[in-house]
Design a protein around this ligand. Structure first.
Ligand code: MG
Length: 417
């Protein structure tokens, strides 16, 4: 059996950990040749030893220095290291489980080197969907398969059928921990409450995004670029038990769904085994025990982030990158859990308000290059931080606090496009 040589980006995160479990189930099918992580060098050491990994990358250069003292593996660092890792000639499969906007360039680099990619980093498609699709078109030997559970479900339901046969797709959302909490109680929500996700165990950033429904919003944008379905034909339905991972409504009336216990090992393995299905030890659903499946429409008034994502998606160009970057900055601040009333403190209910303010102020560039996407991303982060640092009191971010210069620079740049 020909082994797949894998570069695993985000090895110490929740996707990385699930991927390692898949590799352990199939030592005859996979060889892990490279791993990358942010700064958790100590968590990488047992992975390097167990899988005899030869090349490693850490985002953080101080962490890379620590690791170099303790391993014989070659230790790369930063974006340069990530790009070197994904285009190593011995790598034939890149599993991108990075968190956030930094995952975009490694995906693009892997495509341009004809690699096969399993994509769990949704920011890649959100920020640069058009650019990624153009790169895939130019590099037909490359292949990109989604790992996000909803998109894996849609990919599996589509089973290669063209989008012209699809009426709509429907992404399921757990609804997060605050589905039943009244909106008036949102201001009191703290980090610890928001990190209690009802069905999936994930990293902190995506767990907050699930609580605001921004995660689903980003997934709507991701689905648009992955599958070429118009935004008006991408629906969201709340399904608290996360057993159905998404639906495809075909034009002949057939509604296809993919079901399974919530376990990322399945979409991770399928992205690598496709079109085959390999054995996998994960829990099986017992439908008699499941007994009933519940669905509710999403409440956009309670969860405005979902509406913001549709708005950014319809604006197109740099708008999704702007929303994503601002959201990363705002969620990072929320996770700092500053005491209420402390300088720069934000509450859960401030998240969509700040994002709407940034989106209102943004000049959207159409058909952006990657550099322009990255520039828009930087502007949006600064704009969000500026709002949070200058708000008079929680809940009233002022447009005036966005640096006007940044807005003007952005305008000047977008005018050239
Ligand atoms: Mg998902």
């Amino acid at each position: 059996m020909n082994k797949k040589n894998i570069a695993l980006l985000g090895a110490t995160g929740s996707i990385g950990m699930a991927a390692l479990k898949v590799f352990r189930q199939h030592p005859d099918r996979f060889r892990l040749v490279g791993v990358a992580a942010g700064r958790q060098w100590d968590k990488l050491i047992p992975i390097i030893e167990e899988f005899k990994v030869e090349k490693v990358c850490l985002w953080d250069s101080a962490a890379a220095a620590e690791l170099r003292k303790r391993t014989k593996a070659k230790v790369l660092e930063g974006m340069e290291g990530l790009l070197e890792l994904v285009c190593l000639p011995e790598v034939d499969y890149v599993l991108n489980g990075l968190v956030g906007a930094i995952g975009c360039r490694p995906t693009l680099e892997a495509i341009s080197h004809g690699k096969h990619i399993g994509l769990a980093n949704k920011e890649t498609m959100v920020m640069a969907g058009e650019i990624i699709n153009a790169a895939l078109h130019r590099n037909p030997s490359s292949r990109l398969i989604p790992i996000d559970s909803e998109h894996s479900a849609i990919f599996q339901c589509l089973a290669g059928r063209p989008v012209s046969e699809v009426e709509h797709i429907e992404l399921t959302a757990s609804g997060g921990p605050f589905r039943e909490r009244p909106k008036a109680a949102f201001a009191a929500i703290r980090k610890a409450d928001a990190l209690k996700h009802p069905t999936w165990v994930m990293g902190e950033k995506i767990t907050i995004d699930s609580a605001t429904l921004m995660n689903k919003g980003l997934e709507v944008i991701e689905a648009h670029y992955l599958f070429g379905v118009a935004f008006e034909n991408i629906k969201v339905v709340i399904h608290p038990s996360s057993i159905i991972h998404s639906f495809v409504q075909f034009r002949d009336g057939s509604l296809m769904a993919q079901l399974g216990c919530p376990d990322m090992q399945l979409p991770i393995q399928y992205a690598m085994s496709y079109p085959e299905r390999w054995p996998l030890k994960v829990d099986r659903l017992d439908m008699a025990k499941v007994a009933k499946l519940e669905f509710f429409p999403p409440d956009i008034d309670k969860f405005p982030c979902l509406g913001l994502a549709y708005r950014a998606g319809n604006l197109g160009g740099t708008a999704p990158a702007i929303l994503n970057a601002a959201n990363e900055a705002v969620v990072a601040r929320f996770l700092e859990d500053r005491a209420a009333g402390a300088p720069g403190a934000i509450g859960f209910a401030d998240i969509p308000r700040i994002l709407a303010t940034v989106l209102d102020a943004a000049e959207i560039g159409q058909r952006p290059s990657l550099d322009q996407v990255i520039e828009a991303d930087g502007w949006a982060r600064n704009a969000a931080i500026s709002i949070m640092d200058n708000q008079e009191s929680a809940g009233s971010p002022a447009l005036a606090s966005i640096p006007a210069k940044a807005v003007r620079q952005s305008t000047a740049k977008t005018a050239e496009r």
